[in-house]
Design a protein around this ligand. Structure first.
Ligand SMILES: [Zn+2]
Ligand SMILES: [Zn+2]
Length: 275
């Protein structure tokens, strides 16, 4: 029996003779059911029409994404740190080439995922690469397929490996997280943000939404929470959830001014009337 995968969000469901009646991830307001309706695939079919591509941004930071784009279209990031390798976020397509390449780079100590939209086929990755998957406990109810070595962390931060820290920002989901690696950017630090913090189209700002496809904003309380969560961490570069969404320099300052811009806009103090 296949483990069906939703083509709109990439979530894999448990083995079943028939696809689920609906995808609960897509039925919820932070995702969407395409106007043409729900459709399903499985890993065997996905491997025929798609492949993974790789892009090294800097030493130890390599993006892994699927071509042609599938579902939400995010790419994962392989962090190669002195303490071991971490896969940040997940994508639905896992194939022999991807597993061989990662194994030849030293395998994985851990997988960590920002939020439920990117859980995808995490159990397959966990099994193939013999790595635990770290998810924030606040989002546990969104796990659709409990296979794999899933480990739920709680609280506001969790040191995954020396110098590699998961940070719960909240906002997009209650457990929405980022990862900070102090060794990135030549020791100045980097953040991989999923869409917990989203790099805007001009790559000069960040924004933060409850729902990206349905344009639902966050509250001031939630935006302030994001700012507070990131305050203790220094970083130079920030990697968003698509290959080309990167802030290469000054990312901490970009975050601070982006939080201030968002708060001013939702408070109505950003502009004079008529501007
Ligand atoms: Zn879905
Ligand atoms: Zn999302």
């Amino acid at each position: 029996m296949p483990a069906f995968i939703c083509t709109a969000c990439g979530t894999q469901f448990p083995d079943a003779a028939q696809p689920p009646a609906q995808c609960v991830i897509c039925e919820e307001e932070r995702q969407y059911v395409p106007p043409g309706g729900q459709s399903w695939t499985a890993l065997a079919a996905l491997r025929v029409k798609h492949r993974n591509s790789f892009h090294q941004y800097e030493p130890g930071v390599t993006g892994i994404g699927t071509e042609p784009s599938f579902a939400i279209g995010q790419r994962a990031i392989l962090l190669q740190t002195p303490a071991g390798n971490v896969l940040w976020d997940c994508i639905a397509l896992i194939d022999d080439a991807t597993v061989s390449l990662i194994e030849n780079l030293g395998g994985l100590k851990a997988i960590a995922i920002s939020h439920p939209h990117f859980y995808t086929t995490m159990g397959e990755w966990s099994g193939a690469l013999k790595a635990p998957v770290y998810l924030h406990a606040a989002d546990k109810t969104w796990v659709q397929n409990p296979e794999g070595d899933l480990r739920f962390w709680d609280g506001d931060s969790h040191e995954l490996l020396p110098g590699v820290t998961l940070i719960r920002c909240g906002g997009h989901f209650p457990g929405a997280s980022v990862v900070h690696w102090q060794g990135g950017a030549g020791g100045k630090g980097i953040v991989c943000a999923g869409d917990t913090l989203t790099v805007t189209t001009d790559r000069k700002w960040l924004s933060f939404m409850r729902s990206y496809p349905n344009f639902i904003p966050l509250s001031a309380r939630e935006i302030e929470g994001i700012g507070r969560a990131m305050t203790p961490f220094a970083f130079e570069a920030l990697y968003g959830h698509y290959f080309d969404r990167v802030i290469a320099a000054g990312a901490k300052t970009v975050l601070e001014k982006s939080v201030a811009r968002y708060l001013a806009n939702i408070a109505g103090t950003a502009r004079k009337a008529g501007e």
